[in-house]
Design a protein around this ligand. Structure first.
Ligand SMILES: *Cc1c(COP(=O)(O)O)cnc(C)c1O
Length: 375
């Protein structure tokens, strides 16, 4: 059975933010504080399926106190970015991958699955409409936040029979406005993010709610971020906060020779890790740059010993928001150590710059990752 293509009703605002005010926002966008003039909404209900797709002015929602999401958290989301291209156009990084992951997240939470084409079309419409909100400086971007939640009213515990899908957009500044600098991490042995059979692979709101106490604990130990270990043995390294992790073994020679001595390693997807699109892309980019790559199980002991004997030279985290963040210091209840010299490693920076060059159209898009929206 093929689903008929959904038609969007376009209702642009008559009162966009005045140009000078928008320019003031774009001059210092921060992250996730200001939103563009429009949003996309699509409804789903039992029986009717997806319907009532609209591009409309950004506005608050009215929510019934017995809205099922408020009580039982059927809520999933995505995060992706539109970048101003070197030639002045706009392109979104791998939106079909986000669309597919969004479907998998929805399935895990017993929610309806939005067709990939509809997800991508919703993004196209919003970015095209609010193109003037895509900043143009360096690593700036327009952050896109698709999400879906239950809208049925009632306290019975079961999958809701009504949902709302939305996309909103927010201009984002460079994650490191004063240059890339390493973070310190706390290995969380008390709290876990995800357990086998749980929702770790799904990008759902509840995973984030459950992570906040651990993040606060990391801060109490003077660390910037929490590192998640597996729930069963509290031994295998999984992720850092809302980002995936990478470990660099070995180093290159002074003139870029000896790449065969370098291995770029990331924890394998066991079902409790969130399969990041940045993680996936970096596996390809590392291969393009002639580095060997590996997906493995890596323990906290492997990490400590690797830094002690010098075999692990660099560690970094990756995700849409920061692209790549180096890790400089590691702390746990029992040990603390430094990664390399505690600074930002050369391979970390090379990977970061290579990915950003593709995203901003400064390097050829050899993998067909950029989804062009405006010229
Ligand atoms: C979103 C997310 C990531 C990173 O995914 P990207 O697609 O690279 O942005 C990693 N870990 C968690 C827990 C996440 O929620």
């Amino acid at each position: 059975m093929t689903t008929p293509r959904i038609a969007f009703d376009l209702k642009p605002t008559g009162q966009p933010l005045p140009e000078e005010e928008r320019a003031a926002v774009l001059a210092n966008p921060g992250f996730g504080r200001r939103f563009t003039d429009h949003m996309v909404t699509i409804r789903w209900s039992e029986g009717r399926g997806w319907h009532d797709a609209q591009l409309e002015p950004y506005a608050p929602l009215q929510i019934d106190p017995a809205n099922m999401t408020l009580h039982y958290a059927q809520s999933v989301f995505e995060g992706l970015k539109a970048y101003r291209q070197a030639d002045g156009g706009v392109a979104v990084f791998r939106p079909e991958e986000n669309a597919r992951r969004f479907r998998r997240s929805a399935r895990r939470l017993a929610m309806p699955e939005l067709p990939v084409e509809t997800f991508v079309e919703a993004i196209d419409l919003l970015v095209r409409q609010d193109e003037a909100w895509v900043p143009g400086e360096g690593e700036q971007s327009l952050y896109l936040r698709p999400f879906m939640f239950a809208t049925e009213v009632g306290l019975g515990v079961r999958p809701a029979n009504e949902y709302l899908f939305m996309v909103i957009a927010s201009p984002a500044g460079a994650y490191f406005p004063r240059g890339v600098h390493p973070v310190s991490v706390w290995l969380s042995e008390e709290y876990v993010r995800a357990a086998p059979g749980g929702t770790g692979e799904a990008k759902c709101a509840g995973n984030y709610a459950a992570s906040l106490a651990a993040q606060a604990e990391a801060a109490n130990h003077g660390c910037d971020q929490v590192v998640w270990l597996d729930a069963v043995e509290r031994r295998w390294v999984e992720e850092m906060g809302g980002m995936n992790l990478y470990f660099v073994y070995g180093q290159e020679g002074p003139e870029g020779g000896g790449r065969e001595n370098v291995r770029i390693v990331t924890p394998e997807l066991t079902g409790t890790l969130l399969p990041g699109i940045t993680r996936l892309s970096l596996l390809r980019i590392a291969e393009d740059l002639d580095y060997a790559t590996e997906e493995v199980r890596l323990s906290t002991e492997d990490w400590r010993r690797g830094n002690e004997d010098g075999s692990i030279t660099e560690v970094f985290a990756c995700g849409t928001a920061a692209v790549i963040t180096p890790v400089g210091e590691v702390k746990s209840a029992r040990a603390s150590w430094t990664v390399g010299d505690g600074g930002t490693g050369p391979i970390t920076m090379r990977l970061r710059e290579t990915l950003l060059a593709i995203q901003t159209g400064r390097a050829p898009d050899t993998h067909g990752w950029m989804h062009r929206i405006a010229d």
